[in-house]
Design a protein around this ligand. Structure first.
Ligand code: ZN
Length: 244
């Protein structure tokens, strides 16, 4: 695929916390960045209270220092994956995006006109910020489609929304409807995961998951060359002229 042909295309990834996009969609992000798309990550919070366990073990740690550290890690991961990242600092536990943040998200949709959107699953009993981010993304997308909503950019079409695989998919009602082959970019995803030093316990976990989803991708396609995959679930129906 010629990356130059995609230079005017974009995708949006909405991540509740600083590292979510890395574990759950790092492969998709790297893949589309390599194909020449502008990949924009909208990171709603640093996960400073809920997802920074290791940093809080250090003596004299403060909320501001945790945020700085998570921001630096997250920026590094986005750089490795080839994506742009914007931080909103909307807090975590609870995630509380302001009306202004919603408006800015609508503007992101309208200016970048994403080909598709990636975000969290609709339910997650382990982390209320994740479904909050998911709902918030769908709201911004719907507002961006509304002719009467005033903002910069032009009215949004109907980009599909894919939900990332949550940490414990069964409890979140997550069903893998799409398996994306990320074999060609897996090393890049692994490097991005390793830049998340506060969550080292997850590096191997998400490597194993990618292998398992890769095995399932082979089983469901017969394409034996697939080694690593990421799973997604659709929010809206797929529209197609071909049943393949
Ligand atoms: Zn999270």
């Amino acid at each position: 695929m010629n990356a130059m042909n995609n230079a005017d295309k974009a995708i949006l990834v909405v991540s509740a916390h600083a590292a979510d996009f890395v574990w759950r969609a790092g492969g998709a992000i790297a893949l589309y960045a390599e194909r020449g798309y502008k990949v924009r990550i909208l990171c709603l919070s640093y996960g400073e209270r809920g997802e920074s366990e290791r940093l809080w073990k250090q003596a004299g740690m403060t909320l501001e220092r945790v945020k700085e550290s998570r921001r630096a890690e997250s920026q590094k991961a986005a750089d490795i994956l080839g994506a742009e990242i914007r931080f909103f600092d909307s807090g975590d536990y609870p995630l509380t995006p302001s009306e202004q943040t919603i408006h800015e998200m609508v503007t992101e949709f309208r200016i970048h006109q994403p080909q598709f959107v990636l975000t969290h699953s609709a339910a997650d009993p382990y982390n209320p910020d994740h479904p909050e981010a998911s709902q918030f993304t769908l709201r911004a997308r719907v507002y961006a489609q509304a002719a009467g909503y005033e903002s910069e950019g032009k009215k949004l079409g109907a980009p599909p929304v894919f939900m990332f695989e949550p940490h414990q998919p069964e409890q979140c009602g997550f069903k893998p409807e799409v398996l994306l082959d990320i074999s060609s970019v897996f090393e890049r995803k692994r490097k991005a995961m390793e830049s998340m030093e506060a969550q080292e316990h997850l590096w191997q976990y998400y490597t194993d998951l990618a292998l398992r989803r890769g095995t399932q991708a082979v089983r469901n396609s017969g394409r034996k060359e697939i080694k690593y995959a990421e799973a997604f679930q659709r929010v809206y129906p797929q529209v197609t002229g071909e049943l393949t």
